[in-house]
Structure formats: C-alpha cells, structure tokens
Design a protein around this ligand. Sequence first.
Ligand code: SF4
Ligand code: SF4
Length: 225
Amino acid sequence: MTETTPTTREPDPLEFDKPRVSIRKPEHRFDSQGEAPDAVRVERAMNSFVRDFGRTAAVYMESCIHCGMCAEACHFYEVTQDPKYTPIWKLEPFKQAYKREYGPFAFVYRVLNLKPKVTVDELQQWQHLLYDSCTVCGRCSLMCPMGIDIASLVSQARHGMFKAGLVPHELAAVTERARREGSPLGATPKVFADRCEWLSDEHDVEITIDKPRRKCCAPCPRSRS
Ligand code: SF4
Ligand code: SF4
C-alpha cells in the first residue's frame, strides 16, 4: 500500500484565522502587520497624525462643543446606544495626539501630562472603532452644528493606523495584492485581455489593447437597435 503525503497549500492572502466581529457573540479583535515594536508603531502613527493636522483639522479639533448631536446621526450608535460609538469619540486618540503634539498649548499638555501619550493598546482597541464601526457615510458631518467633518477626520486617522501596521487583515491583504499584482481584485493583464475579448464579442466591436494611443468606444446597445 502506498502512502499519500498530505499536500500543503499556500494560504490565500484574504484568508484569516477568525472573523473580526462575531454576530452571535460580539467579539472584537485587532489585526497587525509586520514585526515593529510597540514604541515604533506608536511613533509612526503619531508622525502621520501630526503630518495630517492641517489648519482645517486643527479648527475641527478645537471646535467641538460636546453637544452629542452627531451620535444620533450614526447608525452604529443608534442601533447599540453604546456611547463608544459616538462619532466624535471615534477620534479620541487623534484628538489626544493633536492636543499633546500639535495644538497651541501642546507644550503645557506635555509638561503637565494633561494628555497622556497614546499607547499601542489604545491604537489596537481603536481599530474596531475606526474600521468596524464607521462606514465614512458622512451623516455625522452633516448633523454637526459646528461643521466638523468627522468622516474626513476618520479617514485621516486611518492613514496613521496604516503607518503603524494596525489595519484590518482584509484591507492589508488587498493592498498587498494591489502592490504585487497591480490590482486589488487580482485583475492581472491576462484577466484584463480576456475581459476585453469578451466585451468585443458581446458587443461586436473591435477593442485593440496592444497598440499605443488607440481609441475605443463601445456603442450603447440601445443606439444600435
Ligand atoms: S455634533 Fe459636532 S460639536 Fe457636537 S459633539 Fe459631535 S462633533 Fe462635537
Ligand atoms: S461617518 Fe462614521 S461615525 Fe459618522 S455617521 Fe457615518 S458611520 Fe457614523
């Protein structure tokens, strides 16, 4: 009897060990990329936050009057009634970094330690708030009486998380695929050529992709009837 050796398979970049959020029993986890020590991750995130603090972000950070109106605009807060899903709360470490590193009284905040340094634990916990509980829909921005564009600040905060290597696995995987293959969906040049050939057959139009500066306009099916 011949023994069969089990075949090992290269894991797909989009595979991950367990779901980020379980519906039956809510369980949040964070993902991390690379082997950077905690202090380096925090430093990279802070550098990115500070770089993104333009004049507009600074005005937003100083303008919040804590009225809570943005909470009722957010579907995550509305469904859970959990204060941690209040939109402006999702920006807390960003705000902490602003006050301590960039704001007009940053020196005072640092010397008196009125705003402690952001820790890697906070960044890890923050991943759930920034990615799993914000669709960047912009409803909170529309509701804010002070005109604070919370959604754009969430997007800026995500830059820092990327620099720190603390983004959800799935996003890191599609980014890696885009870097490696030129497309986040794995649309390689061969897939593109096959697709053009299919379109060409389907709409009975010549699509030339191997010659420079060729123009192609697929006719609208209705205009051909
Ligand atoms: S609605 Fe605007 S001012 Fe009010 S708490 Fe939210 S971000 Fe702050
Ligand atoms: S942008 Fe994010 S925080 Fe604001 S309402 Fe939409 S999901 Fe909620």
